[in-house]
Design a protein around this ligand. Structure first.
Ligand code: PEP
Length: 256
């Protein structure tokens, strides 16, 4: 059996000035910066990457962007490219978050280009998928997730697939306080693992970390993280305070 190292990634969204972000990162580093049982990633807004990079320097905490353009550079006002993230020591990038999909019109095809560009630039994509409430109620959760996974990962090689981190985030659970039940989450995570097996073979699928995201908090994390196909969490609200974020890292480390 392959043991997948758990990942706890904080998506700060449009929060924290560079100075406030540095304080948060310093507190996280002080608490869990030396542990290596769990991959800990913080994803500040672009403006906070540099100060966060300085604050986590020398620790095991890793840095991620929340989005990027698929081109490396050029006439794309307001955008940034993968080499710019790399230059600020980012190792990860969140792609296809539901807020990008719904508020900024990101399609599976666009997200796929970004995933391929991230991999080409040695960035680990944290590739987000998930159904809306209407889609769940219509019974189309698995179909929706299947389309997002297949289209989003098109053209990814078997060699690079294990570097992708998938985040299953039911849209109805993001920032709402409504968490998926462990059974609902595990069902979709297991389904995604099955899809990855079809796309990339079983050994590859066993290596891919699949995170749950959607109102994960210290109180509900242990049960979610104990599920066989849940390999960590993508955390919004609870990543904005060191205490709750550190508790989630501790919860992930405690899962045997
Ligand atoms: C997210 O935005 O990725 C997220 C999971 O948010 P929250 O934890 O606040 O639901």
């Amino acid at each position: 059996m392959i043991l997948r190292k758990k990942v706890i990634a904080g998506n700060w969204k449009m929060n924290k000035t560079p100075a406030d972000g540095a304080v948060l990162v310093r507190d996280i580093v002080a608490a869990v910066g030396k542990q290596s049982d769990v991959d800990v990633v913080v994803c500040p807004p672009f403006t906070g990457l540099e100060s966060a990079a300085k604050a986590l320097d020398g620790s095991n905490v890793k840095l991620g962007g929340q989005n990027m353009h698929f081109e490396a550079n050029g006439a794309f006002t307001g955008e940034i490219g993968a080499p710019m993230l790399r230059a600020l020591f980012a190792t990860h990038v969140i792609l296809g978050h539901s807020e990008r999909r719904s508020y900024f019109g990101e399609t599976d095809e666009l997200i796929n280009k970004k995933v391929l560009a991230a991999l080409k630039n040695q960035l680990r994509p944290i590739f987000c998928v998930g159904e809306t409430l209407a889609e769940r109620e219509a019974g189309s959760t698995l179909k929706v997730v299947q389309t997002q996974v297949e289209r989003g990962l098109e053209g990814v090689s078997k060699d690079l697939a294990p570097t992708v981190i998938v985040a299953y985030e039911p849209v109805w659970a993001i920032g709402t306080g409504k968490v998926a039940t462990t059974a609902q989450a595990q069902e979709v995570h297991g389904f995604i693992r099955g899809l990855l097996t079809k796309l990339f073979t079983e050994p590859v699928a066993q290596k891919v970390r699949i995170l749950y995201g959607g109102s994960m908090k210290p109180a509900n994390a242990p049960e979610l993280l104990a599920q066989k196909d849940i390999d960590g969490g993508l955390i919004g609200g609870a990543s904005l305070e060191a205490r709750s974020f550190v508790e989630l890292v501790t919860a992930a480390a405690a899962v045997k």
